[in-house]
Ligand binder design. Structure first.
Ligand code: FAD
Length: 454
């Protein structure tokens, strides 16, 4: 028999809760000499077929990391099988091919993933096998960080307090990263990962390097660099012209690094940084407890804002041509590099939802297409925060003044000049799409009327 470990958002070998448990389960079952763990990965067509471009940088990131993982397994005397297709079809074939005793995974909290995992669990259970799932992607799940009186937190600060208290009490019970590799066995890997992913004309898709991603973002910053960044994080994190944040988001998104490992490290170095990592847990918890946020405001009274939704203005925002330098720089950074500084994500989101009165879901969707670190929970949380309809106490009448943001965080226009080369020349719009005061008044008026009516 075989136990299958299915890699998804956990593309690493070490400190991987589900993989660890899968190997432990096999180890404890000495009587079955044939017993071993088969690691697999599925390039999921349910997701890939919806992407506008097959050569999407995120798919390439995954492909490169699956390849690395496969190499690592080979060094351990094992092999990873990678597939391309619809997960249920692949699972049916796998259950026919092998005598599968159990499937092990790490939990994923997005609605699509929950439904998919349920279908796979049903499939193996119908054949007498078992499906095991573990927490790995975040530190605490929604039933672990609860108010004293019960129920999930909806405000970050008390959530953070309880989260930290939990951590102090339970840190030692988290998987310790011990590598257990004795029970991995090689399996014939008929299809090579590279050949699984092909463009329409059957050419292999390019690697990230070939696509010209300078920063490639497929490398994990060396430890000393991350340590230095985390140490100074509270002083540098708000300045988009500096290398002042860690750029770990894409790795946390795909699990190429372990959140537990980062938390352990951050605890000793910088509390502000810990707090940001906890924001990631917080938004995941919100998604788990309030799945309606996927396409509706967290606060229902915000459901009927009469968005202007001007398509021409939306296009200018997307292209970084609004005439507001810091907004344009942010959007161009996103378009050209697949990443945007957090401070600027807040500014562009505020500008779209408040000044232009465009539905936050339009902006959320655009970010989802473009961000290498795109993650449903954090992206949704960030957008709802900007639009004022989310969890945190950000009243709708607090509207970012983009001029003061510029002065405070990019006073010398270094960030702007890096991304908007024509800034300061006649080619750059002389006027913003909408002037701050006018936009502010209009937003206040529209929000207030809608909320009074709600
Ligand atoms: P650092 O500043 O070095 O932070 C370290 C890690 O902490 C990040 O990698 C991330 O995992 C986590 N983190 C930091 N800030 C936040 C936050 N506000 N919310 C949740 N997690 C956080 N983050 C995503 O990972 N995916 C998204 O799709 C995403 N969309 C966003 C949309 C909007 C409108 C806003 C305002 C924020 C969004 N964020 C998102 C959060 C944040 O901007 C990014 O996590 C951060 O910019 C990534 O860069 P970094 O790794 O250098 O971050």
């Amino acid at each position: 028999t075989v136990t299958i470990f299915w890699h998804r958002r956990d593309l690493r070998f070490d400190d991987n809760a589900g993989l660890y448990r899968a190997q432990k389960s096999v180890e404890s079952n000495d009587s079955d000499t044939d017993n071993a763990v088969l690691p697999i990965f599925i390039f999921d067509r349910e997701i890939l077929d919806k992407l506008p471009e097959k050569a999407d940088a995120r798919v390439m990131f995954i492909r490169d990391n699956v390849q690395k993982l496969a190499d690592h397994y080979r060094e351990m005397g094992s092999d990873l099988r990678a597939f391309y297709g619809h997960p249920l079809d692949i699972w049916k074939a796998l259950l026919d091919e092998y005598d599968v005793k159990a499937i092990y995974v790490n939990r994923d909290y997005e609605p699509y993933a929950i439904a998919r995992d349920k279908a796979v669990a049903d499939l193996i259970e119908a054949r007498g096998g078992s499906f095991h799932h573990f927490k790995d992607q975040i530190v605490f799940e929604s039933d672990e960080v609860q108010k004293k009186a019960g129920g999930p937190y909806t405000v970050f600060t008390p959530f953070f307090r309880t989260w930290k208290k939990n951590l102090a009490e339970r840190m030692s019970t988290l998987p310790n990263g011990e590598p257990v590799s004795y029970y991995l066995k090689p399996y014939p890997n008929g299809e090579y990962t590279d050949r699984l992913l092909q463009t329409k004309d059957h050419q292999p898709v390019p690697t990230l390097d070939e696509m010209g991603f300078e920063r490639a973002d497929d490398f994990i910053p060396p430890d000393h660099v991350t340590t230095g960044l985390i140490k100074n994080y509270d002083k540098t994190r708000n300045y988009p012209n500096m290398e002042g944040t860690t750029r770990l988001s894409v790795h946390l998104r795909h699990g190429t690094i372990s959140i537990r490992e980062k938390v352990r490290k951050a605890l000793a170095l910088n509390d502000t940084f810990v707090k940001e990592l906890v924001f990631r847990d917080f938004y995941s918890n919100i998604l788990q407890s309030f799945p309606h946020v996927v396409d509706a405001p967290f606060r229902p009274e915000y459901a009927d804002i009469p968005w202007r939704n001007d398509e021409a203005e939306f296009k200018l925002w997307c292209a970084g041509k609004t005439g507001v330098p810091i907004v344009d720089a942010g959007m161009r950074q996103l378009n050209e590099s697949g990443w945007m500084h957090n401070r600027v994500r807040m500014i562009v989101a505020s500008y779209l939802t408040k000044h232009l009165l465009i539905d936050w879901r339009w902006g959320e969707g655009y970010f989802a297409d473009k961000l290498l670190d795109y993650e449903l929970a954090s992206n949704n949380g960030g957008w709802q925060w900007a639009a004022g309809c989310g969890t945190d106490a950000q009243p709708y009448f607090r509207i970012f003044n983009y001029d003061s943001q510029q002065k405070k965080f990019d006073a010398k226009y270094e960030y702007v000049k890096e991304w908007v080369p024509e800034y300061g020349t006649p080619d750059y719009p002389a006027e913003p799409l909408i002037e701050h005061k006018v936009g502010r008044e209009r937003a206040l008026d529209v929000y207030k009327t809608a909320l009074t009516a709600a």
